[in-house]
Design a protein around this ligand. Structure first.
Ligand code: KIV
Ligand code: ZN
Length: 511
């Protein structure tokens, strides 16, 4: 007899706290729909009080999903709880997630509260939440650095005030499996309640133990697991949900637990999130990495050919990796392209599809086969370009071996106004970036420049990620193009546009 656990996805909230990741409204909605298709039970759609954009997307996700519960995050503050209520009131299954830190270091330095004041705060805010929501989840932030007796008191207080879900966050990724598992055991044995209480685990991966800690929580009674697709999230990230899901499935003999996840949607979900986040999963990443199902050594290949189970504990098909994907090509028409977008989880307006199809045709002219990764990169690149306030209209370069390089860049804003600039540099990219700097007139420092190819082969598209610092703040940009210099230029322009959007300082641009 299998028991059941709930999967709580926080890709759109904690996942978006990954440095450099910022999903647009459309991207959030697309990810939420794919998460529902994957079969997660609960989506933490965002932190509605943090910005209008977060509020709007939680509202839209609430209005759209039909099967999945939608949670909004709130600090222990009435205005935050009200914002979650307003944003989720049209959800079919709304839930509140309210949190406050309980560890001595947070109480003393961050909250400047005594333990007694904290307990009063929990009572007040959980009860208030309960007056608006049927389902209230409470999290004692930094639970794993909280004295266990006091943690029991915090949880008892939240349960008495009406919380029916207790989430234990290993906020700083400090715990280890037996310790983390024991917290659940102690809470379940000691907290008394007149209503049913679900225990949930929320782990961070600072010591690389997030998945192991989540599994230990399950072994000790947790029936809800929080995490993010591909393990993205604050610092080293969150529990990678796909790893928990497959761990439970492949070792169901041990865990005896099932989830509602449709495992064959795992790869599609991972690819979509990787694409929108602009963070490709490492090749050796468990479950969804490129090498996860490839066998390199002769001995392994020989064994695998004789019997796949010699070296394969799960099949690629189980997680939705198709043995042969049908690539698009030069002759593929609008319908085939639209069908591919749908298959990959994109729900794109007809107007946007027209623009994307033009770009697809231009890639198909340069590449024989346009793979799923190319299509993801295309949508991702388009999304970054259109979200940025400035786009690259043209780029012209002159390369001289062992000489000074020169670049002419023309940018365009959303009103169609053009901003030309020319500059020289010791290398082509330096010349391009100098030209862009003259337009934005912001003293930017390039902290990181990374180039990856979207697929194999010399005709692959390039993805460039840049990180710049302006006035002490970091901004990120992503550019995708068949040409590496154009991809580099797009990424830099997006990072500078993000700075402008942040400061709303349009006067720095040459008009
Ligand atoms: O890591 C953490 O403590 C959190 C809480 C908001 C649950 O993300
Ligand atoms: Zn977290």
């Amino acid at each position: 007899m299998m028991s059941h656990i709930q999967v709580f996805d926080t890709t759109l909230r904690d996942g978006e706290q990954t440095p450099g990741v910022s999903f647009s409204f459309d991207e959030r909605l697309t990810i939420a729909k794919q998460l529902e298709k994957w079969g997660v039970d609960v989506i933490e759609a965002s932190f509605p009080a943090s910005s209008q954009g977060s509020f709007d997307s939680v509202k839209a996700i609430s209005e759209t999903l039909t099967k999945t519960a939608v949670v909004g995050l709130a600090r222990c503050k009435k205005s935050d709880i009200d914002a979650v209520y307003e944003a989720t009131k049209d959800a079919k299954y709304p839930q509140l997630h309210v949190f406050i830190a309980s560890s001595p270091i947070h109480l003393e330095h961050k909250l400047k509260m005594t333990q007694e004041e904290l307990l009063e705060n929990i009572t007040e805010n959980v009860s208030y939440g309960k007056s608006l929501f049927d389902v209230v989840q409470f999290s004692p932030e930094d639970a794993t650095r909280t004295d266990l007796d006091f943690l029991v008191k915090c949880v008892q207080t939240a349960v008495d005030a009406g919380a029916s879900i207790i989430n234990i966050p290993d906020t700083v990724g400090f715990s280890y499996p037996s310790e983390f598992g024991n917290i659940f055991k102690v809470l379940i044995e000691n907290v008394k309640s007149d209503h049913e209480v679900t225990y949930s685990a929320h782990c961070h991966d600072d010591l690389g133990l997030a998945v192991a800690n989540s599994m230990a929580a399950i072994e000790n009674g947790a029936t809800r697991i929080e995490g993010a697709v591909n393990g993205i999230g604050e610092r080293a990230g969150n529990t990678a949900l796909e790893e928990v899901a497959l761990g439970l499935y492949v070792r169901r003999d041990h865990y005896g637990i099932e989830t509602n996840l449709k495992l064959d949607e795992t790869k599609a979900t991972s690819d979509l999130v990787a694409s929108f986040a602009g963070i490709r999963v490492p090749r050796n990443k468990a479950i969804v990495g490129q090498n996860a199902f490839s066998h390199e050594s002769g001995i392994h290949q020989d064994g695998f050919l004789k019997h796949p189970e010699t070296y394969e504990i799960m099949t690629p098909q189980l997680v939705g990796i198709k043995s042969s994907e049908l690539p698009l090509g030069k002759l593929s028409g609008k319908h085939a392209f639209a069908e591919k977008l749908k298959q990959l989880g994109y729900d794109i307006t007809a107007e946007k599809q027209v623009e994307l199809f033009k770009q697809f045709k231009s890639i198909a002219d340069k590449k024989k086969n346009v793979s799923d990764h190319d299509v993801h990169a295309l949508v991702q690149g388009h999304s970054h370009e259109t979200n940025a306030a400035y786009q690259v209209e043209t780029l012209q370069l002159q390369f001289v071996s062992e000489g000074v390089q020169s670049a002419v860049v023309v940018l365009k804003d959303h009103e169609g106004k053009e901003y030309p600039s020319a500059a020289i540099g010791t290398g082509s990219i330096v010349a391009v970036y100098n030209a862009v700097d003259q337009i934005f007139k912001a003293p930017s420092e390039l902290l990181n420049y990374q180039i990856t190819s979207v697929t194999e082969g010399s005709d692959a598209q390039a993805q460039v990620n840049v990180e710049i610092r302006i006035d002490g703040k970091t901004y990120y940009g992503i550019g995708v193009d068949h040409d590496v210099l154009l991809a580099s230029c797009k990424a830099y322009v997006e990072a500078n546009s993000n700075h402008l959007a942040d400061t709303a300082r349009k006067d720095g641009v040459v008009s």
